[in-house]
Design a protein around this ligand. Structure first.
Ligand code: ZN
Length: 81
């Protein structure tokens, strides 16, 4: 068994851990590999909440927290006259 959460621990302080926060793809906290959602077909990750996945690179489990946010903007309008 390799070192659990080594990558996350090596990231150090809160600032370093930002590397693991709110990414386009989940970053494995064990080995630091960026795991592609589409490549791994982790479609359930698009649902808000916590999900357990297994890293395809180091084969260890970790939790992915998904946060979904929607925003609606109306600041760019074209004036059709
Ligand atoms: Zn990994």
């Amino acid at each position: 068994m390799t070192d659990r959460f080594a990558a996350l621990r090596n990231a150090g302080d809160a600032l370093g851990r930002l590397e693991f926060f709110a990414n386009d793809n989940p970053k494995c906290p064990h080995c630091g590999c960026e795991c592609s959602v589409s490549h791994n077909e982790w479609w359930n990750l698009y649902e808000e909440g916590e999900h357990e996945v297994t890293c395809p690179s180091c084969d260890q489990d970790f939790t992915v927290s998904t946060r979904v946010s929607y925003s609606f903007s109306t600041d760019n309008q074209e004036d059709h006259q």
